[in-house]
Design a protein around this ligand. Structure first.
Ligand SMILES: Nc1nc2c(ncn2[C@@H]2O[C@H](COP(=O)(O)OP(=O)(O)OP(=O)(O)O)[C@@H](O)[C@H]2O)c(=O)[nH]1
Ligand SMILES: [Mg+2]
Length: 258
C-alpha cells in the first residue's frame, strides 16, 4: 500500500527560498465568539507574537512576519527533507497548539470579565476548534523582499479598512458601513477618519506595518575564567519588532545572510 502514498515524496524545489504562510481558520467567527476588541485586540496580538516566538524557538527560521491572523515564515534550514506534506501538517498543528495555549492565557486566564462559568465553558469549546491552514511558497532570493512588501501592504490595507469600518459601525449598521466604504479611495478614507479625530500616521506602527520576529545581536557581560575577569561578548536573541519600518531590500539582505 506504500505505493498509494503518492504525495509523501513531494518535495520543495531545490535551491529555492521556502516561505510558509499560515492563516487562522474562521478567525472572524472566533473574534466574535471570544469578544475581541475591534479593530485590534492587544491580547490576541500578544498571543500571535508569543506563538511566533515559539515557532522561532522550535524551527529556527530566518524571519517571521505576522499581522491579523497570519504568520509568514521564511525558513533557514528546511526541515523534513523538504517534504511538503510534513511541512504543511507539522507547522499547521504546531501553530494551532501553540496559539491555543497562548490565547487561552490572554483571554480566560487574564480577563477578569469572564466570571460566569457557562460563558467560560462556551469560549473553551470554541477555542478547541482553532486551526490554521499552511501553504508552501517557493521563492527566488530576489523575490523575498517583494513577497514581504506585498504582505505589509496587505497589513496596511487591513488597518485602514478596519479603522474605517469599526468607526462607521459606531454610528450605523453593517450594510450601511460597507456601502459607505465601497468605492472610497484611500485618501478619502483618511479624510473620513480625520473627521473622527483618528490620524492614521499616529496609529501604533505594529497595527500599520505588522510585527517581525528575528534574531538580533545582544551585548552581554560574561565571566572569563581564563582571564579571571568579566568581558564583553555578543550573543543572538529572538526579538519581536513592533516598530518595523516599511520593508526595504537591505533589511532582507541582512536577514538572509545572518
Ligand atoms: N476583533 C479583532 N479581530 C481580529 C483581530 N485580528 C484578526 N482578527 C479577525 O481575523 C480575521 C482574519 O481575516 P481572514 O483570515 O480573511 O478571515 P477568517 O475568518 O479567518 O477566514 P479564513 O481564513 O478564510 O478561514 C479578520 O477578518 C478579523 O475578523 C483583532 O485584533 N481584533
Ligand atoms: Mg483567517
Amino acid at each position: 500500500m506504500k505505493e498509494c502514498e503518492i504525495f509523501s515524496q513531494l518535495k520543495v524545489p531545490c535551491g529555492s527560498k521556502i516561505l510558509l504562510r499560515l492563516d487562522g481558520r474562521g478567525f472572524y467567527k472566533l473574534s466574535q465568539q471570544i469578544g475581541l476588541k475591534k479593530p485590534y485586540d492587544s491580547g490576541f496580538v500578544q498571543a500571535m507574537v508569543n506563538t511566533g516566538i515559539e515557532l522561532f524557538q522550535e524551527f529556527s527560521p530566518s524571519f517571521i512576519y505576522t499581522f491579523s491572523d497570519e504568520f509568514n515564515i521564511l525558513l533557514s534550514d528546511i526541515p523534513f527533507s523538504g517534504r511538503i506534506e510534513k511541512l504543511n501538517s507539522v507547522f499547521a498543528s504546531f501553530t494551532a497548539n501553540s496559539f491555543f495555549s497562548n490565547i487561552l492565557k490572554s483571554t480566560i486566564m487574564e480577563k477578569k470579565s469572564y466570571n460566569n462559568k457557562g460563558q467560560v465553558k462556551n469560549i473553551l469549546q470554541f477555542l478547541k476548534t482553532i486551526s490554521f491552514d499552511c501553504r508552501v511558497i517557493p521563492l527566488s532570493v530576489k523575490m523575498v523582499p517583494d513577497y514581504f512588501k506585498g504582505r505589509q501592504d496587505e497589513a496596511w490595507r487591513n488597518c485602514l479598512n478596519g479603522y474605517a469600518y469599526w468607526t462607521l459601525r459606531k454610528k450605523m449598521d453593517k450594510k450601511k458601513a460597507i456601502n459607505v466604504l465601497s468605492g472610497l479611495k484611500s485618501n478619502q478614507i483618511h479624510d473620513l477618519l480625520f473627521e473622527e479625530d483618528i490620524i492614521m500616521g499616529e496609529i501604533p506602527a505594529w497595527q500599520r506595518r505588522g510585527i517581525g520576529i528575528y534574531k538580533i545581536d545582544e551585548k552581554v557581560n560574561v565571566y572569563n575564567p581564563v582571564m579571571q575577569k568579566t568581558v564583553k561578548s555578543s550573543r543572538k536573541r529572538i526579538f519581536s519588532d513592533c516598530n518595523l519600518s516599511r520593508f526595504e531590500v537591505d533589511f532582507f539582505q541582512k536577514i538572509i545572510n545572518d
